[in-house]
Design a protein around this ligand. Structure first.
Ligand code: GN1
Ligand code: MG
Length: 370
């Protein structure tokens, strides 16, 4: 189906004047659509939900409906009460002309339209400590927003998501395929990375074990709070919204904390080719934590705090493992433009993990002061 025909199924005021690819997500296909009438303009985001990654796109949309309904009500009540120093925002689902939350094309693919947060941008890398602090505030505030979203109202969007032991099992299975064996044999770099994984297997499950022992409890998490999913107001420079709500579900908030830090504290970004540039920036981490604690510090338990370092170390390891496994499996999950892209993404995350390990004492010290 032509994109414009698809777009026309949704109820947006004005005439469609532009429709172009947008953003840098690794999973869904995203477009910006601009509508105008004589007086004003409407900008919305059109997205195809990746059916290979999300086997049940309808579940994703049902969850998004629940999350936005819950959070919009809370945001409006807080705004009325004058609780905050800014207007926190969250995208809204734009209905189809027949009143549905999504449309389906002739291939059975699910398409949705959401509002764009205007006069705000997300960045692919941290711009400096102030930006990092605003990212922390935005994630902390988001955790506050979803903290009382009933766990039963959300269906599992992506079974196995952020279950590191499951990623290790998938990796082991891939390792035994002829394709992976060949790739490993022909590349010293890939061999080195396999060794890197092997040396960290037991540490990779530290959070899962803490949860099994009952030390850590599931709460609502975002699932994908990387820097380019955090919208910053163009005018004030303050955080204004978390976007990409597909994976909001019950999980350990540590996964969000670690994921945000692995993304924000690596100013070289996820696609850097020069590994020498990949370092964990502790100044950015301190700034992020300051913002996060201001919004979310009150509901963190002593046990939550005790596992913060582990989460900072775990998330780059886990993402590196996911990229590496996908490289060995033939790039079936993450979108790629070049054959070695997933391998390089994995190298970056593993390098970041090493950088964190070499700073363990200092990071733990800083965490204690929070
Ligand atoms: C994927 O939605 P997107 O492309 O921002 C992935 C995240 C990774 C991220 C790394 C559902 O996120 O887990 O951290 O790539 N999302 C899913 O860039 O797997
Ligand atoms: Mg995502």
């Amino acid at each position: 189906m032509e994109l414009t025909v698809l777009m026309n199924k949704f109820d947006v005021e004005g005439r469609l004047v532009a429709l172009q690819p947008f953003g840098s997500g690794n999973i869904n296909d995203t477009y910006l659509a601009i509508y105008r009438n004589t007086f004003t303009e409407n900008q919305v985001i059109l997205q195809r939900v990746n059916g290979k990654v999300f086997p049940k796109p309808k579940v994703i949309m049902g969850n998004m409906h629940e999350v936005t309904r819950h959070c919009h009500a809370k945001l409006e009540a807080d705004a009325k009460a004058g609780r905050d120093d800014r207007v926190w925002q969250m995208p809204r689902i734009v209905k189809t002309k027949s009143g549905k939350d999504f449309a389906t094309d002739e291939n059975g693919d699910t398409w949705r339209v959401i509002t764009r947060i205007m006069s705000a941008h997300a960045f692919d890398v941290a711009q400096g400590p102030e930006h990092a602090m605003e990212c922390g505030s935005a994630l902390g505030h988001f955790h506050y927003l979803i903290s009382d979203l009933p766990q039963g109202s959300i269906k599992n969007p992506l079974p196995g998501f952020h279950v590191t032991s499951g990623y290790l099992a998938a990796y082991d299975k891939t390792l035994s395929t002829p394709r992976a064996k060949k790739l490993l044999k022909s590349s010293m770099e890939a061999m080195r990375m396999a060794k890197f994984v092997a040396e960290r297997r037991s540490l990779a499950v530290s959070l899962e074990k803490a949860e099994e022992r009952g030390e850590l409890k599931k709460r609502m998490f975002h699932g994908d709070p990387k820097v380019n999913n955090i919208m910053i107001d163009d005018v004030t420079g303050k955080g204004t919204a978390m976007i990409d709500l597909d994976t909001v579900s019950p999980g350990l908030v540590h996964m969000d904390f670690g994921d945000a830090l692995r993304s924000i504290c690596n100013p070289a970004g996820e696609e850097e080719a020069n590994l020498a540039k990949v370092v964990f920036d502790e100044n950015l981490a301190t700034a992020f934590c300051k913002g996060y604690m201001r919004e979310a510090g009150a509901f963190l338990t002593a046990a939550d705090r005790a596992y913060m370092y582990d989460s900072i170390r775990l998330l780059p390891f886990e993402l590196g493992l996911r990229f590496f496994q996908d490289y060995l499996a033939g790039d079936v999950y993450f979108k790629t433009k070049t054959p070695e892209q997933n391998l390089n993404r994995a190298r970056v995350q593993f390098r970041l993990c090493e950088s964190i390990e070499s700073r363990e004492r200092s990071i733990r010290g800083a965490l204690k002061k929070l």
